[in-house]
Ligand binder design. Structure first.
Ligand SMILES: [Zn+2]
Length: 282
C-alpha cells in the first residue's frame, strides 16, 4: 500500500507541472457537466466537470502548501486562487465535456474506452499527455489545457466503462500513463465477457473470470455502445437507454457513469463508490 502511495505521488507530481503553469496564466460517459445532471435528474451523480475541477483543485492546493512550507512559511492563512486560475480550469473542463459532443470524438470508442479499445485508447492517452507537457514547455498554455481536458475525459471513462473496479481494484491503473508498470491483458474480440440475464437490471452480469481478484488471471474488458463497432455475441454492452446494443446478447451493460437507473441500470452502488474513491486520487 505504501509503495502504491509512493507511485501515486509520482503520478500526482507528473500532473503538477501543467497545473503550476496553468496558474501562471490567466458519449456518453460520466454525465458531462452540471446541466446534464439537471436534465437527467440524477443530482448525486459525479460529472466529468466535477471530477476534473476537484482533481485540479486538490493538486494545486497540495502544490501551493508544499511551496509555502518549502519557503519556511507555516502561517495558516487561506490560499486564494485567482479568477485567472478558475478561467484556466474552465477551459480544461470545457475541452473534457466537448469529447462527448464533438462529431469527431463523440462516437469514436477510442476516446471513451468503449468496445474493447483499451490498448488504442491507452496509446492515445499517452499522446495527450506528451502533447500537454510539450505545449506547457512551449508556453502554449491554451493548447495544453485543451489536450489535458481530453486526457481527463478518457481517463475518467476508463474507470466507469471497464471492469477495473469489479476486479476489486481500489486505486488507479498505473500502466495507463506509465508504460513500465505492469499491464493487465485485454479480452480478445471472441472472448465472451458477460452472461445472459433475464431480469430488468441485469446487475452483476460480468462472467466470473472478469471479476476475479487474482492478479495472474485478471482480464480487462469494456462495454460496447450502440452499433459502432457492432457488438460480438457474448460481449458486455455499455448499457442505459441511449445504448441500442443493450438488447443484444449478452443482454445488459456495465457502465458506472451515473446513479441514474435510466443511464446506468446495471450496476450496484458499491462499484460506483469505489470509482469515486479512485477519482479522489486523480
Ligand atoms: Zn466519454
Amino acid at each position: 500500500m505504501s509503495q502504491h502511495r509512493g507511485i501515486w505521488r509520482r503520478q500526482v507530481h507528473l500532473f503538477t507541472l501543467p497545473y503550476r503553469l496553468l496558474l501562471a496564466s490567466p458519449c456518453v460517459g460520466f454525465l458531462p457537466d452540471f446541466w446534464s445532471r439537471v436534465l437527467t435528474l440524477s443530482w448525486d451523480s459525479h460529472t466529468h466537470q466535477y471530477i476534473t475541477e476537484r482533481a485540479i483543485l486538490n493538486v494545486t492546493l497540495e502544490t501551493l502548501s508544499g511551496l509555502k512550507k518549502h519557503h519556511g512559511n507555516h502561517d495558516k492563512e487561506e490560499i486564494r486562487l485567482s479568477r485567472g486560475f478558475w478561467r484556466a480550469v474552465g477551459e480544461v473542463v470545457k475541452s473534457n465535456a466537448a469529447t462527448d459532443f464533438r462529431s469527431s470524438t463523440r462516437s469514436d470508442p477510442v476516446y471513451h474506452f468503449d468496445s474493447e479499445h483499451i490498448e488504442s485508447a491507452t496509446v492515445m492517452l499517452r499522446r495527450f499527455w506528451t502533447h500537454t507537457v510539450l505545449s506547457v514547455r512551449a508556453k502554449e498554455y491554451q493548447s495544453a489545457r485543451h489536450s489535458l481536458g481530453q486526457l481527463f475525459h478518457s481517463l475518467q471513462d476508463f474507470y466507469s466503462h471497464s471492469n477495473w473496479v469489479e476486479m476489486g481494484q481500489s486505486s488507479i491503473y498505473l500502466h495507463l500513463l506509465q508504460p513500465e508498470e505492469p499491464a493487465v491483458p485485454v479480452a480478445k474480440e471472441d472472448t465472451p465477457t458477460c452472461m445472459e440475464c433475464f431480469s430488468t437490471t441485469c446487475r452483476n452480469n460480468l462472467l466470473p473470470r472478469l471479476k476475479t481478484t487474482q492478479e495472474n488471471s485478471q482480464l480487462l474488458t469494456t462495454g460496447y455502445f450502440s452499433t459502432f463497432p457492432p457488438k460480438p455475441q457474448g460481449k458486455c454492452s455499455h448499457g442505459g437507454i441511449l445504448d441500442s446494443s443493450r438488447y443484444l446478447g449478452a443482454k445488459g451493460g456495465i457502465n458506472k457513469d451515473s446513479t441514474s437507473p435510466l443511464f446506468s441500470p446495471h450496476h450496484a452502488d458499491s462499484p460506483y463508490r469505489r470509482i469515486n474513491n479512485i477519482h479522489h486520487q486523480l
